[in-house]
Design a protein around this ligand. Structure first.
Ligand SMILES: [Zn+2]
Length: 158
């Protein structure tokens, strides 16, 4: 999925979660908090690729992660999400709670979006089986936009 597609998908995902009242802290969260929170992290999993949008900006971090794990491995797994959630819980980060939840949703939205491509994602990494629902055959920004718009229209029904 393209960088732009990940951004659209993150916004669509957070709107859907708020509108369908899936997570109370998102539902009651401030719109600006949750949109910005999801945008902050929606590209973060690709820090494992030095040529990605975020990898190019943080090469000092991206290159070691890439060499250590490779692309679409550890940073695209449930294991890292659990580690981040535990870290946030222990550290008691001084951020509004709706922003923190939205950041986690933004991160997860990236992984789900990557699952929509044939390459898939090793959700259970270090177990290497890749999970995929290959709706988007190639990087296709029109289809990525369309999927995001459909999600938002669906969300607005609530
Ligand atoms: Zn990715």
């Amino acid at each position: 999925m393209t960088t732009e597609g990940h951004i659209y998908f993150a916004v669509a995902s957070i709107i859907l979660i708020k509108k369908v009242k899936l997570i109370q802290l998102i539902t009651s969260g401030d719109w600006w908090h949750i949109i910005l929170g999801s945008l902050l992290t929606c590209l973060l999993p690709d820090i494992d690729h030095p040529k990605s949008f975020i990898g190019r900006r943080f090469k000092w971090l991206s290159i070691p992660i890439y060499k250590l794990f490779g692309h679409r491995r550890f940073t695209h797994s449930i294991l890292l999400i659990i580690i981040i959630a535990i870290y946030i819980n222990i550290k008691r980060i001084n951020f509004p709670i709706d922003v923190i939840y939205a950041m986690i949703i933004g991160y997860i939205s990236h992984i789900i979006a990557d699952m929509l491509t044939p390459a898939g994602v090793p959700l259970l990494w270090p177990y290497t089986k890749k999970f995929s629902i290959p709706i988007i055959k190639k990087s296709n920004i029109r289809l990525e936009r369309l999927i995001s718009i459909v999600i938002i229209i669906y969300a607005m029904q609530y």
